[in-house]
Design a protein around this ligand. Sequence first.
Ligand SMILES: O=C(O)c1cc(=O)[nH]c(=O)n1[C@@H]1O[C@H](COP(=O)(O)O)[C@@H](O)[C@H]1O
Length: 273
Amino acid sequence: MFQYRLVERGNALKTRLCLGLDPRLTAYDSVEAMRSHTLAVLEAVAPFIACVKPQAAFYEAAGLPGLQLMDEVMMLARRLDVPVLLDAKRGDIGSTAEAYAQAWLEGRHAGNAITINPYLGFATLRPFVASARQHGGAVFVLVRTSNPDSGDLQGLMADGRSVAEYVAREVARLGEEEAEALASVGAVVGATHPAELARFRALMPKATLLLPGLGAQGATAATLAPAFLADGTGAVVSASRGIQYAQGCDLDAAVAAAQGFRDELNLAAGQHG
Ligand SMILES: O=C(O)c1cc(=O)[nH]c(=O)n1[C@@H]1O[C@H](COP(=O)(O)O)[C@@H](O)[C@H]1O
């Protein structure tokens, strides 16, 4: 199961870091240069990460070669035994959600995780959750995103609770349906909202949290201790640009950035343990 693979790899390698791989065509002279650098970053940084998170948009933007690269990234991760969390932010009416789930959580993608969007209603999360449970994968529901304007909708209040808190309660409810201590339903909570982490951690005790926003969006590891469970697991923190483009396309700089983030996150996770 994805969530337990994360814990095992995170504990074995002593890391809570998730590598975001968001290759930008503008950073390269050619698609081939983008391809080889992206794969090289994954291979070089693998010893320092709990999982890898390709964001589908960047691969889609490069057309068919981009989609081929996304597939290569996922296959390389599989060879390196790095769990894949595809950042696809999918969400749609139930029958279409079933097709998305089939595409990204089943077959050759069985055992992977994806990010999903709850905007269409809680019932539309069900096909994703069912596929994840059946095929050993996981889903990460957008609860409180990292962007500055995430409060426009997620912060709206109803009966004393924010929309984000309602989504968090649904994540917790789905997790309660599972017998295991860690649920296959996780949550996205931006690392840019450190003051809210303790609240969301408490609302979703069985959920693995994905915290994006480290580095380029200004979040720092030292503020993230409340996201972790008492044993220092339960959350992974992602950085994309801050690793892949730490100093242009310098591979050594990418490795150094990953090592630095890993060490800072271990300190934060340890504060709670
Ligand atoms: O689901 C995500 O990964 C995500 C959620 C969120 O709230 N904020 C957020 O930035 N992300 C993604 O995380 C990555 C952040 O990239 P960097 O800012 O370059 O580290 C991007 O791929 C975003 O799409």
